[in-house]
Design a protein around this ligand. Structure first.
Ligand code: PHE
Length: 356
């Protein structure tokens, strides 16, 4: 017997593995059984010279203890695993942790924030207002004539009909109905009423229209509308602000074009298209071959609107614009069906979880 035999046995013990009780028993027999390697060493102890007996005795005892401890350790692991299989185990600290899905921002929130951030950079404040509004802030103050179709039940969700009255012809009329705002221009009216001029605001928020839900329309969507009022504001200022916005949003090469349009609260009014960011204006299926994509409505605030909020239209002028957030998001990511934004289908939402 020499020390290298003891060392090699020590290494074998450390390297011993056992997955089952049978393997464990085999290991025990191999080292500590009647004919086991360690038992045999003890049998050779007699032949060791007397002056080395003490040293070897200690080493052999260490070896025996190490083997016994190892067998005991393996037995515990095997018993615990067996118990785990029966569902009675204490926690198994070697198991990988459970995975928690992290939430992420909704694509509509991402784009709304992006739009707002661009205008913030230009010096605009953010204003918010109620979703349940009165007729004044949604229509009357914005120069909607009484017979305008947007005031009808088909377009507007009413919360309450208001007070019942009889007009001079004996017909029943309703005053001061409450309704769900159909655009965030109502927040612009509320901002103008505060009369701290000049005004530079963007108004993000949810709006509601009584429309049949389809790939291109929904009864709830989001807008960001903007308003700029000061002395001497011109159409050229508006055009420049919108061009800068479009370039920030869709890239520095973006061009815009304006088409004449009509809104009760602006005069003149325009609809703005951006050059298609997919084909660069050559024409593709996203822009339906035109090279242009419509992104927003805008115009110079009608003097009637300024006056309705108590702003002197001789002294002040301004421009307003409004865009649908879902629409901008659809153009940005080529989402074909608006309903994706409202159905919370994780397969859709997960596509955006790396966009921060
Ligand atoms: N309020 C309009 C809409 O909801 C958008 C708009 C705002 C147009 C401001 C012109 C000026 O469609």
């Amino acid at each position: 017997m020499d020390k290298s035999t003891i060392n090699s046995l020590m290494e074998q013990i450390a390297a011993t593995r056992a997955a089952t009780t049978k393997e464990l028993e085999e290991a025990r027999v191999r080292f500590l059984g009647k004919k086991g390697a360690i038992t045999e060493l003890f049998e050779q102890f007699r032949s060791i010279p007397a002056d080395q007996k003490k040293e070897f005795g200690q080493l052999m005892n260490q070896l025996k203890n190490a083997a016994a401890a190892k067998i005991e350790e393996l037995r515990e692991v095997i018993e615990n695993n067996g118990a785990a299989a029966e569902g009675t185990a204490k926690e198994d600290l070697t198991m990988p942790g459970s995975q928690y899905d992290l939430g992420s921002r909704h694509p509509v929130s991402i784009v709304r924030q992006e739009i707002v951030d661009i205008f913030r950079k230009f010096g605009y404040d953010v204003a918010e207002g109620p979703e349940i509004e009165d007729d004044w802030h949604v229509f009357e103050a914005l120069n909607f004539p009484p017979e305008h179709p947007a005031r009808e039940m088909q377009d507007t969700f009413f919360v309450s009909r208001g007070e019942q009255q009889t007009d001079e012809n004996g017909n029943t009329v309703w005053h001061n109905p409450l309704l769900l705002r159909t655009h965030t221009s109502s927040v612009q009216v509320r901002t103008m009423e505060k009369k701290s001029l000049p005004i530079r605001v963007v108004c993000p928020g949810r709006v509601f229209r009584n429309e049949a839900i389809s790939a291109r329309a929904h009864c709830i969507f989001h807008q960001v509308e903007g308003l700029y009022i000061d002395e001497g504001v011109t159409f050229a200022d508006m055009k420049q602000a919108i061009l800068l916005f479009a370039r920030e949003m869709f890239g520095p090469e973006t061009r815009i074009r304006m088409r004449p349009s009509y809104f009760p609260f602006t005069e003149p009014s325009a609809e703005v298209d951006v050059s298609c960011n997919i084909c660069g204006g050559k024409g593709c299926n996203i822009c339906k071959g035109t090279g242009w994509l419509e992104i927003l409505g805008c115009g110079m605030v009608d003097p009637n609107v300024l006056e309705a909020s108590g702003i002197d239209s001789k002294k002040y002028s301004g421009f307003a614009f409004g865009m649908g957030v879902e629409r901008i998001a659809m153009l940005k990511w080529q989402v074909k069906d608006l309903r994706n934004y409202f159905e919370n289908d994780l397969r859709f939402l997960n596509e955006f979880n790396t966009v921060l």
